[in-house]
Design a protein around this ligand. Structure first.
Ligand code: GDP
Length: 298
């Protein structure tokens, strides 16, 4: 299919849009704001972002004397863009050699897929990439990553031993020796019950720092955009443990919870480097607030 990723994002957000695009169906009175409030909350924008958007919209509508439905929709789009703008950030490569990125996320969030897409994206931009199979608790994950690495000429460092911190340390050493540009350290998304995931991840982070001062340079969390407020809870928990430098929000193709980005912007404004809008390689796209709101409120 030839549809652009933007069309996929637009279609993907249509479940969210369907709720939000009430302009013209409701009169410009308290009903409109009530309906909008419901729609924003249903999209998992959260109370804080919803209240701010409604407050600002009422104010703007009054000040600019807006009454046509499309003007009000455009006003909301502008306000939402302003709210999301601080989340925009480009991933800067080349600041360190190697640049070490630790990638976290609960199982099923789309972490493995995203690492694959990102590795290929970096390769396409002339970067050499090395992966550390740090999810040593899922043997299948490690094997999958190794096969994938073979197919794409990307070195994957894995160990039978099962200490993720050791795998990460080895990977960084190996990258330094080989002059590799970017190291991506995959991590576990769930552990056998007795162990505490956050403690394990903090250890990986600490040990990476012993192998390379100031590393990891990026600590990224992959979240499933479909899980809305649940994803926000994950952002909070991982940020408290690891101090995240960025987010990647997957599965925005097909979610009714596209408002989650507003909640993130309002509650935990951690940069969103990329969004996932499908399972293909080109479906990992930089987050651009204006594009996102254009896809959402069209
Ligand atoms: P992990 O457990 O976090 O490593 O998750 P996976 O990478 O295995 O992904 C879980 C499922 O989500 C797989 O079926 C992926 O193809 C799918 N997936 C990942 N990212 C996206 C996305 O942006 N859009 C869609 N539609 N599916 C995705």
């Amino acid at each position: 299919e030839n549809r652009s990723w933007f069309d996929r994002l637009k279609d993907g957000l249509s479940k969210t849009s369907a709720n939000l695009n009430i302009f013209g169906t409701v009169m410009l009175d308290d009903d409109l704001y009530d309906e909008l409030e419901m729609a924003l909350l249903t999209s998992d924008a959260g109370i804080e972002a919803t209240e701010q958007l409604l407050y600002d919209l009422r104010e703007k509508v009054g000040r600019e004397r807006l009454s046509r439905p499309e003007d009000i929709r455009n006003a909301l789009r502008e306000l939402l863009t302003d709210m999301l703008k601080p989340l925009e950030k480009r991933l800067e490569i080349g600041r360190h050699q190697p640049l070490v990125m630790m990638i976290a996320g609960v199982n099923g969030a789309g972490k493995t897929t995203t690492i694959g897409k990102l590795a290929r994206h970096l390769q396409a931009h002339g970067q050499t990439v090395l992966l550390a199979a740090g999810d040593t608790f899922r043997a299948a994950a490690r094997e999958q990553l190794a096969i994938w690495g073979d197919r794409n000429q990307i070195t994957v460092i894995a160990q039978e031993s099962g200490d993720p911190a050791a795998v990460a340390f080895d990977a960084v050493q190996s990258a330094k020796a080989k002059g590799i540009d970017v190291v991506m350290v995959d991590t576990a998304g769930r552990l056998p019950t007795q162990l505490h995931l956050m403690e394990e991840l903090k250890k990986v982070q600490r040990v990476i720092g012993k192998g390379e001062t100031s590393a990891p340079h990026e600590v990224l969390l992959v979240i499933d955009g479909n899980t809305g407020q649940n994803a926000l809870a994950q952002v909070r928990a991982f940020d408290e443990a690891l101090t995240l430098t960025g987010l990647i929000v997957t599965k925005l193709d097909g979610t009714a919870k596209g408002g989650i980005l507003a909640a993130i912007a309002k509650v935990r404004p951690i940069p969103v480097y990329f969004i996932g809008v499908g399972e293909k390689i080109e479906d990992l796209q930089p987050f651009v607030a204006e594009e996102f709101t254009r896809a959402l409120l069209n």
